[in-house]
Design a protein. Structure first.
Lengths: 307, 297
């Protein structure tokens, strides 16, 4: 297990390097520089600016400098918000995004697994069919369509919940963003759980448990749930990526001052360093999370050999 | 039912039941998939010829009807947006863009994915190992962010959207095709071709690729809605198609900004988008059931 862990950790390094290099060189390949925005600068001033940001050095040196900065948690200065570094902006936005994304993941797991298991236990009944068609709808309706619809119903027509903003971060402000972020994942996880649960319930060890006269509740919780959850565990990696991507639009819709909103603002303002910083930050997060999921999977599934 | 019986009574030897005949039969029995396919076809026709049936152009401003609700008398059956543009025509024009992106970008990913996957799978060994390792690494990348980065850097033009989305979507296709190729390449007909000295790429093209089509067909129908979704996502963020051109994502964005005063601006495009995605998913599911060799009885 230790060897497997170490090997996977080492394997993540080239992935991260490629991620950073892709983002870095893509930005450098783009037409236009960061200073040719509003009005033309005097050549001397532009020269000085380029020197300050080390833009006059050879490309590979700039890349190494950026890498070195990243290792120390320094994402460089923001080109738009002159008074902040990108690191400061990320640290300001990320906790907000983390709270909403984390809650959405927990909600998706809890509801998805429960609903999926119920559908599997009642396979081919009316309950099963309705759960599955509802979840198909959940998969088909993108969250940027679902979110405004929810706002329309619960905030505008019914007036039960605030339409946007974080306010003081109270529960009511979180309900709609978290639900709209979680819904597609609930749909996905419930379908996954249903499928694997049906397969597990047909397997021999469950039949044995039944033959021994164990109560159904115990069979389900003690024996069936763990193997049935394996596909869900391996889906957690893509799910995290989806929730992070989703949070970009959700934060936009609900005007939540999270990292996703900074990202979109940065993208629209052509704030290259900020955009690159967020790509690298979220990319790293996704890579690390995938790694953790793989390790958890190896630990949970006795069939995976980790030599 | 009796027609079914009559058909099965024909001796197998007279004509082999091909995969496609079988699949077609299974698919026809799946009512949800058939209805969805019809809805998609209707949607495609509507989007293609609908705009010609309306007296309004998609970028025409009707100053006497700014932001009015659905109204048959004025001919604005879906109402107008805040700039007085006819929402019915805009929804259809937006649908053209969304469907076109869906099909073209899927085609791009199809071409890359099949050639990459078939090559890796057929050559095997070290080449396969390296090629698949590259796919693994690319898999870990946060693609949505890279597409956004691309849009920011190189401007928001529609060709780039096609290419960018297609270029990120080929990974799954490459993996599936490679797996299928690995099982195909040891089959007798491939050995026979090899024994006859057929050139490698000719074998891939003539013997491997046609046998991949079943898997690919399933995957294509599931990729199209994904791609439409990505494009809508970008347009929603304001990074996709640019005004006055529009797509369903852009319309949903406009609608979500005006929904308190003009709910129809949100509801019509949202319903069109969701219906299309829904139907593609159903057809994809149906095709998978029909073409999955595991289920054959």
């Amino acid at each position: 297990m230790l060897r497997y862990t170490v090997r996977r950790l080492l394997g993540a390094i080239p992935t991260l390097l490629i991620l950073i290099a892709l983002a870095f060189f893509m930005i450098r390949a783009a037409p236009g520089g960061p200073f040719d925005a509003e009005r033309a600068l005097l050549p001397e001033i532009e020269q000085n600016l380029r020197a300050v940001y080390h833009l006059d050095e050879p490309l590979y040196l700039q890349f190494l400098r950026y890498l070195g900065g990243l290792l120390q948690g320094d994402f460089g200065p923001s080109f738009q918000y002159r008074d902040f570094t990108v690191t400061e902006l990320i640290m300001a936005g990320f906790p907000v995004s983390l709270r909403i994304g984390g809650l959405a993941m927990l909600l998706a797991l809890a509801v998805g697994v429960t609903v999926g298991s119920i559908a599997a236990l009642r396979q081919n009944t009316r309950i099963d069919y309705s759960v599955m068609s509802v979840s198909m709808t959940g998969i088909s309706i993108p969250n940027f369509v679902m979110a405004p619809m929810l706002v329309l119903v619960f905030a505008v027509y019914l007036g039960w919940l605030p339409a946007g903003g974080l306010g003081d971060g109270s529960f009511a402000n979180l309900v709609l963003p978290v639900i709209s972020l979680a819904l597609p994942q609930i749909a996905y996880i419930s379908r996954l759980t249903r499928g694997s649960m049906i397969e597990v319930l047909r397997s021999n060890f469950i039949r044995t448990a039944r033959a021994q006269g164990l109560p159904e509740r115990k069979i389900l919780l003690r024996h069936a749930l763990k193997p049935a959850l394996l596909p869900v565990v391996s889906y957690l990696g893509p799910a995290t990526a989806a929730v992070i991507t989703g949070s970009v639009v959700i934060e936009q819709i609900f005007s939540i001052p999270g990292l996703g909103r900074f990202f979109v603002q940065g993208a629209l303002n052509r704030d290259y360093t900020l955009v690159m910083g967020v790509v690298v930050f979220y990319g790293t997060l996704i890579v690390v999370f995938n790694l953790l999921v793989d390790l958890a999977y190896a630990w949970l599934d006795p069939k995976v050999k980790y030599a | 039912m009796s027609a079914d019986l009559a058909e099965t009574a024909v001796p197998e030897s007279s004509s082999g039941r091909s995969l496609w005949v079988d699949a077609w039969r299974t698919l026809r029995r799946n009512r949800a998939a058939v209805v969805s396919a019809i809805v998609i076809a209707v949607m495609a026709v509507l989007v293609a010829i609908g705009p010609f049936l309306s007296p309004y152009a998609y970028d025409f401003t009707d100053w006497s009807n700014l932001s009015t609700g659905p109204n048959l008398a004025t001919g604005h059956v879906f109402g107008t947006d805040t700039l007085g543009r006819d929402l019915f025509v805009r929804t259809l024009i937006g649908g053209r863009i969304s469907l076109m992106v869906g099909i073209v970008a899927t085609f791009v990913s199809l071409v890359i994915g099949i050639s990459y996957g078939a090559t890796a799978g057929y050559f095997g060994g070290r080449i396969d190992h390296i090629m698949m390792r590259i796919v693994d690494i690319l898999y870990a990348m946060p693609f949505m962010f890279f597409v956004i980065l691309l849009m920011v850097l190189f401007g928001r033009n529609i060709v780039l959207i096609f290419v960018a989305i297609g270029a990120i979507n080929w990974l799954d296709m490459a993996r599936i095709v490679r797996g299928q190729t690995l099982t195909l390449k040891h089959r007798e007909f491939v050995e026979a071709a090899e024994a006859q000295g057929v050139a490698t790429f000719a074998i891939i093209r003539r013997h491997i690729v046609p046998n991949l089509l079943g898997v690919v067909a399933v995957y294509v129908t599931l990729t199209i809605p994904q791609v439409i979704l990505v494009e809508s996502f970008l347009s929603f963020l304001g990074l996709g198609v640019q005004e006055p051109m529009t797509s369903w994502g852009a319309l949903v964005k406009d609608g979500s900004e005006e929904m308190e005063s003009a709910a129809w601006m949100l509801i019509f495009p949202a319903v069109f988008l969701a219906t299309t995605l829904f139907c593609f998913n159903f057809v994809g599911d149906g095709l998978r059931d029909a073409l999955d060799p595991k289920d054959r009885s």
